[in-house]
Design a protein around this ligand. Sequence first.
Ligand SMILES: CC(C)(COP(=O)(O)OP(=O)(O)OC[C@H]1O[C@@H](n2cnc3c(N)ncnc32)[C@H](O)[C@@H]1OP(=O)(O)O)[C@@H](O)C(=O)NCCC(=O)NCCS
Length: 200
Amino acid sequence: MSRLGALVLLRLAKDFFLLLESSFRNGLKRIQLYPLGFRSHYSTSIAWSVSADGGGNGGRVIVGKKTTLDVGVVLRAYGGSIDIGDHCSVNPYSVLYGDGGLKIGNGVRIAAHCVIVSANHRFDDLSRFIYLQGQDPKRVVIEDDVWIGAGARILHGVTIRKGTVVAAGAVVTKSTEGYSIVAGVPARKISTRIPAGSSA
Ligand SMILES: CC(C)(COP(=O)(O)OP(=O)(O)OC[C@H]1O[C@@H](n2cnc3c(N)ncnc32)[C@H](O)[C@@H]1OP(=O)(O)O)[C@@H](O)C(=O)NCCC(=O)NCCS
């Protein structure tokens, strides 16, 4: 066999081994998380350190096809739901809460250290500790083709509309317009991805 042939064979064998290894690792991780209400497509890539928990009471974390959950990602449904679509990525150390319901569409990029919160503590009653006043859950929706920059925070009741770019470090307290770029604390629209004069 020629030297080139041997190199190609070696490369193919390495790719095959890596495929087997990642399928095995993802499979083990899925099995480990299943009793906690975690369901995912077999093509989902799940880092060892991912922590996911439906939180009982029918709480569920559901992840679609070819989505990547990177190291340190925490998904906590607290009895609600976290539903992540296909071809998404959740980057290192992002934390997603689903008590009020969290629905993420397809092709969504969530950068490192983001937090998505779908409930607030109630705090109207001064005579009682905040932790005794219960929660005010409100669904968060992230539509398709959204990019959320590093360290952004998305708060309860917000819909991030299709094609939005959320700048790094933004705190989003209100729903966004489709294809807008929002930045700052609280986040405001700074620009749009829609070219001037376009009817999109
Ligand atoms: C939002 C973002 C995409 C905008 O990029 P851009 O279109 O090239 O924008 P510019 O750098 O030209 O900045 C436009 C304006 O927005 C402001 N701005 C940009 N990013 C900002 C941010 N994160 N927070 C607050 N303001 C921001 C700029 O200061 C500038 O303001 P000015 O016009 O008053 O000078 C980019 O700044 C960003 O935050 N990217 C996220 C990067 C990231 O988290 N990557 C993770 C890897 S997945």
